[in-house]
Design a protein. Structure first.
Lengths: 460, 460
């Protein structure tokens, strides 16, 4: 670690590259994909400004890749190495943008052991095993920053962790996965089905060849875990997050939402909650598609953009909006962290940590309070609505609105059936367990021929 | 207060109050108005969480007020003092929410001399004489934080200063004054005139009895100076900011904007710019009312809310939205800073400073590139449009759209006049000096009976 500079000249050292401390800080880059190559390019092209902001020049010490020989980002060939384990031992700051659990975790731990500060964009690793990394960084007295792991370029983790450090976060609600937002936006604006919209997203580079991590909600769940951990000072892992993806969202669901003046979005929702029985505090963390009113600001978030609402006791409702992914935007967030941790090496100090003092329990999904949209295929005969309404009442769920659409019988599709109707019900807020049990009981009613669609409704 | 010292969780040194360092940090509060009393209340009511986040308890050491004896925020009477000069000498952290230049400046300098870190919400002081305070804090090796000085609860300065520290900010554009936004929003939604809307705002507590600082743009100009300084690493003072308030905005202007699918907002605009002649880089910083399209996200910012766009090279366009004023929201920002500077006292280090290494020149308003909306009262006769268009061409300003509305002559008002028409022109982007000269030349045209309205158009 660098020796602290004379306190008298600290600021001038920080404000401009000083002749008395020209030794560069060595930055090692692990991974050179879309984000990594942007990070490298910005490190090199923005050299003078970064030096002025850090107080010492930043030198790209090397780039670890799996295979040499590919032409990457116009970087000098001598910077590349396949020996990441060696590279991390000769860096002051290690930037990890490989992704995934291994070898990322081992390399980060090795970097920390060798005294490097670490900047990572690895949401999966943080949400799976963050505490191991935090403990290692604490023990070594180095920084571990990860702004780029959630919502790309949008400053979100720093505001929650630092700007709101004197406040109490009550709720974080947002669109944190650009791929699924792109897919749902296309379904909404063009009437396309899920598969068609995914194919479009893949063609345009918004979705991976294997889109599972995005469309099944794994990516959003990892981000929700990170947001909930910081917001509620409680360790929440990806496995604690209730997760539903968008693969079951049909063109009919999107059309039904539109008829209701709503749009379907994949939401990450982190809430402070109270156990209805014990009254104890806890947190609810979930990722699922939901209908939100078109008048809600999140409804206007198009294409692959991200937007997150943060609600705090004193601050009220804040919103953060911007590009949630992409090489340059993510690299912007990575470099902000690089400047912060590098600056700590020049002027001393360590950034604020994740803190877990609150240790709140994570409630199961059944206790989350939400609203349901339910569409039922029912027999068109007297008494059906009464029977349906009784099921809701029995489960303590109150109905906000109900709408019945009588279908002409379609001789091709349901020639043998008696005339039917569609019953569309939107509930008031209730625990998810009660809502889910209601749907189960409705499916068993004689008069109900099928539950056509169920979706949560959020954003009031 | 609980003291769970668990060696497993090494973070707890910083994350939880430790039995080995129970000495509280003393916080002195200067001012106990709307913001001050919220700060005091939150400090006391949130004591345990704050202690956990700082690593040591925060103790409210005293509250300096001008006069004793008023009942304030249910605080114990012994906390109050009229001797602010003495109070700042016995504090670790001084929170200044008096506002104005003096005595705030002297008290902050005295606090710094005595080794206290300072948190202030004082935009006027920072924009007038920030460098004196920054230099004093540097010399003393203490922190000076001021997130609450711009846009209330919205985390904005920390994101610009820290999250975007590895990027290059190109533009900051936003609504940073809640009072004027409330007034303009009422004018837009109810058709009210300026005075009527101000009276409404005063009745509801959104405007002061003397609304000058808000409606003349002084408040927004101070905030623009702070934003430009941080964004462009260049010292910009309030006096450098081109400032126009909203007192000249008429109901007719607002109606004309509506007809064009626009809304009038008071904008703070900070831009990196290039001198058209020398090609040298500089900054343009200005506050003025402008028409923006109703489809622009800033157009939807209602009542007293604030919203700010930040555009950076790599990050792209980010937006921050939330309550820009009010006791609790502003106190949230103040307390976030208090936690940050208090934590530095516990674990060491200093926060990042304003930096002025770029030292860019601040360009005069004439060089700002903008668009004009111009409404002319013209004689209704052939050749008028040609004469008008020639004036634009002579000044190198190109016209984006022109619309002519023929008026029936109003015998009561202009009985002696010949029949007239209204010519509405929206220009393409051009330097403000050229646009302004064009308006001057138009006023001198024979065919032009008067320039009815001129307003800038932004937000494309």
């Amino acid at each position: 670690m660098s020796a602290p500079v004379n306190p008298q000249v600290q600021t001038s050292a920080a404000a401009a590259p000083s002749a008395t401390s020209p030794t560069p800080l060595r930055v090692a880059l692990l991974g050179c994909g879309v984000v990594g190559s942007s990070v490298a390019r910005l490190l090199l092209s923005n050299r003078e400004a970064l030096a002025a902001r850090v107080g010492r020049p930043l030198e790209l010490a090397g780039v670890a890749v799996r295979r040499l020989g590919r032409d990457r980002a116009d970087l000098p060939a001598h910077l590349f190495t396949t020996d990441a384990e060696e590279l991390v031992t000769r860096a002051d700051v290690v930037v990890e943008v490989i992704g995934g659990i291994e070898p990322a975790r081992s390399l980060i731990l090795r970097a920390i052991e060798h005294g490097a500060s670490v900047v990572t964009a690895n949401k999966a690793l943080l949400a799976e095993d963050g505490p191991t990394l935090y403990a290692a960084a604490d023990a070594a007295g180095v920084d571990l920053y990860y702004e780029a792991s959630v919502a790309g370029a949008i400053p979100l983790l720093r505001p929650i962790r630092e700007s709101l450090a004197g406040d109490d976060v009550r709720r974080v609600l947002g669109i944190v996965n650009g791929t699924t937002n792109y897919v749902l936006d296309k379904m909404d604006s063009t009437g396309a089905g899920f598969s068609e919209a995914v194919a479009q997203a893949q063609a345009l580079g918004y979705a991976e060849a294997d889109p599972t991590a995005d469309v099944e909600g794994f990516d959003a769940a990892a981000k929700a875990a990170i947001l909930a951990s910081l917001g509620f000072h409680t360790r929440v892992r990806a496995a604690d997050v209730h997760r539903e993806g968008i693969t079951e969202v049909s063109a009919a669901d999107v059309a039904a939402a539109a008829e209701m003046g709503c749009v379907v979005k994949l939401l990450a929702i982190c809430e402070l909650a109270t156990d209805p029985e014990s009254g104890a505090a806890g947190v609810s963390v979930r990722v699922h598609p939901a209908m939100i009113p078109r008048t809600h600001p999140l409804a206007g978030v198009r294409e692959a953009f991200n937007a997150v609402f943060v609600e705090a006791d004193a601050a009220g409702q804040l919103m953060f909006y911007g590009p949630g992914a992409g090489g340059d935007p993510t690299a912007s967030a990575v470099l902000g962290d690089v400047v912060a941790v590098a600056r700590h090496r020049v002027v001393g100090g360590l950034g604020p940590r994740e803190s877990a003092y609150a240790e709140l329990p994570v409630f199961p999904m059944g206790r989350a309070v939400t609203r349901y949209y339910i569409s039922l295929d029912v027999a068109d005969r007297p008494g059906v609505l009464a029977a349906v309404a009784t099921v809701f009442a029995d489960h303590g769920v109150s109905i906000q609105q109900v709408r019945q659409v009588v279908h002409e019988t379609d001789p091709d599709r349901e020639g043998t059936r008696s005339p039917g109707a569609e019953l569309i019900i939107v509930t008031h807020a209730a625990p998810d367990a009660a809502l889910s049990a209601t749907v189960g009981a409705l499916a068993n009613l004689d008069a109900v021929r099928g539950v056509t669609s169920v979706m949560r409704v959020e954003g009031d």
